[in-house]
Ligand binder design. Sequence first.
Ligand SMILES: [Zn+2]
Length: 422
Amino acid sequence: MNIILRPFLEDMKKLERHGINVKKSDGSTVNMKVGLAKLICDNLAQNEILGFKMSFGQGSICRECLTKREDYKTSRLHGLFDYSNVTFECLPRPEKRIRPNDYGLKNECILTELGGVNIGNIMPPDMFHDLHEGCIEWIIAVVLFSLMKSSKKALSQHAIINKMEHFQLYHGRISVDYKSKKFTVYGTGIQKFECFMRLREIFFKEFSVMDGESTSLYMDMAKFVRLASRSSQDFAHLMEMDRLSGCIIDKYVSICQRMSLDFNVTYKIHKILHYAEAVRRFGPLPRNSTLRYERCHQNSKKYGRNMNNWVAPAQSLSQRQALRQTLSFRLSKDGRDGWIEDDIIDEEMAKSMKLTKAKSDQAPFSLKKNVLRKFKSRGFQQKHWLLVDKFLINPQTQQIFCEGSLWCQKDEDSIYDPITGV
Ligand SMILES: [Zn+2]
């Protein structure tokens, strides 16, 4: 990570030294000082950039208050640990350098070379990952379980899933699953957020007879989310956020124990204790949310899904690009003497031409994928795709044929329908 951040750091140092000259309307120039105020990213990236252990499971600690994960159930600390006098080099470490020390620090953060920056004052919490894709999901799971176990008007598991999935949200419908005493909502962060805030609408009758503690947990969380989402907060709001965060964890732990739910107080849930203090340090939380950047991130996710590669999508993209270039280069050089002109050949023709099954290394492109992106041939439209079962090769000319079926996309959102065999 430090290697990736190095060019950014060098640029920032130059900016710190020279500032930016801004021309005013009267023609005079003002030199504006520049400094790093904060970085916005998810929890994993925060820990990676700051040099902390990238784990939130057993044995991990909250870098904000140094509480161990095992103590999240009982800890109600709101304050943030002051790292202003802590550097990676000054901390006592076990003998092996790669092992984390008591603070969970594993590596140095090079951004601390910048003026006024320490590992505790540049990372505001990210509401989108903590609340929308974290706490809210767990509170929904607890509330839905309470609805199922309610003494009056209890709903069956299927009735709950049915109501949730058929409720028309502004951002479309969500899907719900139930496994090991846990309801899981599938959808985008925004859908989960809307679903949570409208949960009382979805279960209008049942909510009024749900047990008091679960209702109170939901109400506290909804109020906390509203307060945390404000673009300006005063002293009273922050006091209320501190109070609510403690109440939420108290009730969450109590309900899970009462209903024998094996739900942990995760880092994301524990972290809401520090939200008010984070607002005092970094300003209103919506300004630090990754929501708008996550939207742009949808494109990269689309590439990952299409290529079925989440580890190194950039590598797959460059490989494909290289293959495509090689292919066009080869086709222009290679002659096509003896090539069969037909677009479609039947089984009899294939037999008479003595086509054999092609091996993966016999083509200038990958023969492993069974779907060709677009069927480019005379008479076929762009929205025809070919599902390949087998590749055949003409041993004399090295011309490659595919055997499979054609699929047609009727409109943008529809699934593909098979149209014919080839
Ligand atoms: Zn903490």
